[in-house]
Design a protein around this ligand. Sequence first.
Ligand SMILES: [Zn+2]
Length: 313
Amino acid sequence: MAGNVGIYLGIDLGGTRVKAARFTPDGVREASESAPSEAQGDADAILEAIHSAGSSLAGNADLLGVGLGAAGLLDPEAGRILNSPNIPSLNGFDLKARLQEAFGNVPVHMMNDANAAALGEFHAGAGVDSSSMFLLTLGTGIGGGFVVNGKIWGGAAGVAAEAGHMCIQADGPLCHCGARGCLEACVSGWAFVRDAEEIARNTPASAIARLPSLTPLALARLAEGGDAYARSLWEKAGTMLGTGIANLMNLLNPDCVVLAGGLGKAGSLLLDPARRAWESQAFEEAHKSTAVKMGALGEWAGVRGAIQPFLNP
Ligand SMILES: [Zn+2]
């Protein structure tokens, strides 16, 4: 009989859901679950949501370590979230120490959620055959993570790869970060809703104005049905995304750019105009040698990446 070899827990703490998964010591996901993140609650309620998701998965197994990916600006050394726009009660909270305590003093590793997703795709998903990979997460906001030879390239202060805030259009729409024309302000879940609301206001007879709720998914369905306004939104967003990808290709020329997140589900609506843009804007040598792929791990990239520091420290 094999002995109890132990498990790792990977946690992905987002603004709406906390996802947790149980992994073997070599990083194979055995079980997972997803629960509301209690983001509007106090820090103790959030801690409890994480702990209860994790401990029900761990059961009686020998817990070797807990990896956490969390949205926001972190101080991984201090184990603290400095600024969490989506979970404000965690600002300044000693999350790592409290998690460690809650899970019985096992080692805890903490990182930004986009970096966690990037490590997950690199080591166990779309990036496994590459030596450099840029991950773009296309969701309500836009995240980025850059992995070189298996490690996150964090830059001087650990805040590199914020691709959502590279400038695409200098006089473009205002971004949540205070700048104008960031990729996220041009192509993201919230940018779609903003543009669709404007069409609904200006053109009350449009199909967009009659949608019960303005979501990227609803706009994708309209566009697939041939609606010209919805098609123009996807065409514009795709072109802007392609400009962002062309910038990444020219600047970094990674082996691959991996696209994750909900907007990618729009498929060719987004990718056809994006491809036209990167093929015309990036150097031919750059776009021919950088593959653009969809993520392979879906919503479970972050939990897998969060435990990676235990597998190859
Ligand atoms: Zn910005």
